[in-house]
Design a protein around this ligand. Structure first.
Ligand code: URA
Length: 205
């Protein structure tokens, strides 16, 4: 099935691009979300972090990674000596996908069709910001950024060249870490995530 016609790229700036994304109706997700959560950060950032999609708190705030996963990310990157204000932080999908359950909104993983639709915006962000290093956090970000068929665990923790002369670094998503029920596994996975952030810090130092 062919995708609907591409919207016209708003001319010139990331601000204009953000304004275009704010009224995007290319996929049904916009109908239930509060607002588009576009990427955030310097428009000439050398490093772009890509997550999956906004969560409940991001949907309300209109900003990426401001909820529990964002707090964990902030803590680990700052311990690794990375300053978030230098990063461009965005998501593969720009609207919150959820299922209402009573008063709660339960996160639902975006499907590949939604990822493909929203990839148009991610590609535009890459084209504007031109980061040297792109960090994919989790399998959805990896799928949005590359056509790689490898499993996340097989490419995790490594810097790899991708198209556009960029380097891709793959790691897990901080929400995954928050969901691990087993304390020992959680500690191990957190240590590996910290290690990944230290590797990123060395790549950009
Ligand atoms: N999870 C994401 O992938 N992105 C956010 O912005 C928040 C949580």
């Amino acid at each position: 099935r062919s995708l609907p016609a591409e919207p016209q790229a708003p001319a010139g700036t990331l601000v204009a691009l953000r304004a275009g994304a704010a009224v995007c109706t290319r996929c049904p997700l916009h109908a239930h979300a509060t607002q588009t959560v576009f990427g955030e950060g310097p428009d000439d950032a050398k490093v772009m972090f890509v997550g999956e999609q906004p969560g409940d708190q991001e949907d309300i705030a209109g900003r990426p990674f401001v909820g529990p996963a964002g707090r964990l990310l902030d803590q680990v990157i700052s311990e690794a000596g990375i300053d978030r204000s230098t990063l461009y932080v965005t998501n593969a999908v720009k609207h919150f996908k959820y299922e209402p359950r009573g008063k709660r909104r339960i996160h639902q993983r975006p499907n590949m069709g939604e990822v493909k639709h929203c990839r148009w915006w991610l590609d535009q962000e890459l084209a504007f910001v031109k980061p040297k290093l792109v960090v994919a956090m989790g399998a959805t970000a990896l799928a949005a950024l590359t056509d790689m068929k490898e499993r996340l665990q097989d490419v995790r923790g490594r810097a790899m060249p991708i198209e556009g002369g960029r380097t891709l670094f793959v790691t897990v998503h901080p929400s995954y870490l928050l969901r691990i029920p087993d304390e020992r596994l959680k500690t191990e996975e957190l240590a590996q995530f910290r290690d990944d952030m230290l590797k990123i810090q060395r790549l950009i130092a």
